[in-house]
Structure formats: structure tokens, C-alpha cells
Design a binder for this molecule. Structure first.
Ligand code: B12
Length: 302
């Protein structure tokens, strides 16, 4: 089982964390762990609420595989400052389980999705790019690393509580000619962790269809991830149309990505430019804590 089978039995959880089933049921009765009932009246626990409990309580995992995690999760615990190097090695080696272990070790020890993405996954991929440039990492390894990172992000997303019905909506994507999918996938996960109903629409979207999505959903926030610009005039024309359409429905636009040079940014209008996911998280939080107030800055600083 991977963290996609979202409802699990109290027995599985008790075995995973090494306590008796009766202790676990007591915790459930006291509301320490939330449960749902099946149609037949049996108690079940949502995997994301078990993860939340583990993050808050620091309770060690005895049999992580019962929660769909690699069996060596947390044994020994991943030391955050080593995680980046370990992630680089795991990605280059194509070791998907090790990559999942590092991510879930960090997540269960209380690190946010934002910290994991900005601080571990992205730097490991940057290092892969640098080593590819010198000819030290073969192209297939780089592509495989990208696939593994994407799959692991997907699992992390499933470990996060689903957005509530009143959650503010955010949409995002990359525009035509930009195939870089990891930044937009990371943003979806980070925004969902912040309680947003966030959806990445994917990569290489024609501007017209993204405008249609904005009009249909009228999100509170639209992110545009820009890792690659093939034609500057073409990009600016498309982006301007999109930004205007967003303004018409009161959608705030946040932009970021390695291709957004200072020169390009000067010719764009946006509510926030973010270097990191942490910047975006701060900006998104300011939107929900001052709902109704227009953001006053163009760039969110650390
Ligand atoms: C994987 C990869 C690819 C894959 C991408 C696959 C995919 N489907 O995503 C593919 C195969 C497409 C590819 C192709 C190429 N690539 Co490439 N690629 C990479 C690599 C190794 C990783 C990219 C990645 O996902 N990084 C992880 C992300 C998460 O990091 P990030 O982009 O920095 O994002 C972080 C922040 O910038 C920020 N952020 C980013 N976007 C946004 C958006 C918002 C709204 C916010 C808030 C924040 C934010 O948050 C993120 C987390 O911290 C990079 C190395 C690198 N430095 O990243 C090279 C790299 C970008 N590629 C490079 C090159 C040269 C190419 C090619 C030209 C190679 C070739 N000869 O064909 C082509 C060009 C393709 C194109 N059309 O542009 C160079 C670019 C050099 C340069 N000066 O521009 C790099 C830097 C490698 C290198 N060191 O030489 N590549």
C-alpha cells in the first residue's frame, strides 16, 4: 500500500506506531485521532489525520510500511542538513524508495512541504542540472530524477488534508513552450498544505485556455510558473492578456520561476513576484489573513 489508500483500520495504525489497539481506540475516543465510520459502522482513520498526529506528537513509527511508507522511514531519522545530499544521490541513482523515505522522514518530523521543496528537492535538482552540464550525469538519470520527484510530490500531496469546502481557490500552470513541471506541481502541494483548494493545470497551456479556466473558476489566486521563455514578445503578449483577464474577475496573479529576469519582470504586471515557494506561501497567507484588502507589494521579501 502507498499513501493513496486513504482509509485504514485502527489495528493497522496501532501496529504501525507500536501501541495496543485498545490504547489507539482510547485516543480516538478522546479525539486525539479523528475517525470516520464505514457504512457497516466500523471505525476507520484517514491517512492524512494519522500523519498529522505523527507530526504533532513525535510518536515514532515502528512499522511504516503499514502506512504505505518505505519500511526504513525514520530509521535512522533523516538529518535535515544531510537531506539535500542524500536526495541528490537518491535521485541520480533512481532510488525512488529512498527519495520517498527522505521526504516523508522530513514531513513526519514536522518540516513543511515548502521547506522540503525549497530546501531539499529543488537544490538536489539544481545540483543534477549542474552535474549534467559538466557531463557527469547522463540525460536518462536527469529525466528519471524528474519523474521520481514528481511521483514523490504526488504522494506528499495525498498525505495532506484535502481542502475544505470554503477553502480559497488557486490555479496555476506554465504557459506554452514551458515544459518544466516540478515548480507548478510543488506549488500545488505547498498551497494545499496552507489550506487552499489549489490545482496545477499542468504545463504548456495555451493562454486562451488558461484565460477560460480563470473565467470559469474565478480563483482568488493564479500562479504562473515561468522556467523557460522561447519568444519574449510572444510571452509578454500572452501573459498580458492573461493578467488582464485575471484582473477582470479579481484574481490576484503571482509569478515566479528561473526565466523571469529583471528585464522581463519590468514589462509585466503582477501582484507578487516570488523567488521561492516560501515567498509564495507568505504572500498567500497575507491574502487569507487580510481578505478583501489588496496586496500592497510587488515583491515578497524573506
Ligand atoms: C529537469 C530539467 C529539464 C527537463 C524538465 C522536465 C520537466 N518535465 O519538468 C527538460 C528535459 C524539459 C529540460 C530541458 C532542457 N533543459 Co533543463 N533542466 C532540468 C533541471 C535539471 C531541473 C529543473 C527542475 O525541475 N528544477 C527544480 C525546480 C523546482 O527548481 P526551480 O525551477 O529553481 O524552482 C524553484 C524556484 O525557482 C521557485 N520557483 C520556480 N518557479 C516558480 C513559480 C512561482 C509562481 C513561484 C512562487 C516560485 C517558483 O520555487 C522552486 C522551488 O524552490 C534544471 C536544473 C535546475 N537548475 O533547475 C535544468 C536546466 C534548467 N536545464 C537547462 C538546459 C540547458 C536545458 C535544455 C536547453 C537542454 C537541451 N539542450 O535540450 C532544454 C531546454 C528545454 C526548454 N524548452 O527550455 C539548464 C538551463 C541553463 C540556462 N542558463 O538557461 C539547466 C539550469 C541545467 C544546467 N545547469 O545547465 N530540462
Amino acid at each position: 500500500m502507498r499513501p493513496t489508500n486513504k482509509l485504514i483500520t485502527p489495528k493497522q495504525v496501532a501496529q504501525a506506531i507500536g501501541v495496543s489497539e485498545s490504547s489507539l481506540k482510547r485516543w480516538c475516543d478522546r479525539g486525539v485521532l479523528s475517525t470516520v465510520r464505514t457504512a457497516g459502522g466500523h471505525r476507520r482513520l484517514a491517512l492524512e489525520s494519522v500523519f498529522e498526529f505523527l507530526r504533532q506528537s513525535g510518536q515514532p513509527l515502528v512499522r511504516p510500511e503499514l502506512l504505505g511508507l518505505p519500511s526504513n522511514t525514520g530509521q535512522p531519522p533523516t538529518v535535515p542538513f544531510r537531506a539535500r545530499e542524500q536526495m541528490f544521490a537518491a535521485l541520480v541513482a533512481g532510488d525512488e524508495d529512498q527519495c520517498r523515505r527522505i521526504v516523508f522522514d522530513l514531513y513526519l518530523s514536522g518540516k513543511s512541504a515548502c521547506e522540503i521543496c525549497d530546501g531539499v528537492l529543488a537544490p538536489a535538482l539544481h545540483q543534477i542540472g549542474a552535474r549534467w552540464e559538466c557531463g557527469d550525469v547522463a540525460i536518462y538519470r536527469e529525466r528519471r530524477a524528474c519523474e521520481i520527484a514528481s511521483k514523490t510530490l504526488h504522494e506528499l500531496r495525498l498525505a495532506i488534508r484535502a481542502p475544505s469546502i470554503e477553502a480559497p481557490v488557486a490555479l496555476g500552470a506554465t504557459l506554452e513552450c514551458d515544459p518544466y513541471r516540478l515548480p507548478t506541481e510543488m506549488i500545488e502541494v505547498v498551497m494545499r498544505e496552507l489550506g487552499w483548494n489549489a490545482t496545477s493545470l499542468g504545463t504548456q497551456l495555451p493562454v486562451a485556455t488558461l484565460i477560460q479556466a480563470v473565467r470559469d473558476s474565478q480563483p482568488r489566486l493564479l500562479w504562473v510558473s515561468v522556467s523557460c521563455v522561447v519568444s519574449i514578445p510572444g510571452f509578454l503578449d500572452g501573459y498580458t492578456l492573461l493578467q488582464r483577464a485575471a484582473t477582470e474577475v479579481n484574481t490576484v496573479v503571482a509569478v515566479g520561476g528561473r526565466a523571469l529576469t529583471a528585464d522581463l519582470r519590468q514589462r509585466m504586471t503582477y501582484a507578487a513576484y516570488c523567488d521561492t515557494l516560501n515567498h509564495l506561501a507568505a504572500f498567500a497567507t497575507s491574502l487569507t489573513s487580510n481578505s478583501g484588502r489588496k496586496p500592497s507589494c510587488d515583491k515578497v521579501e524573506d
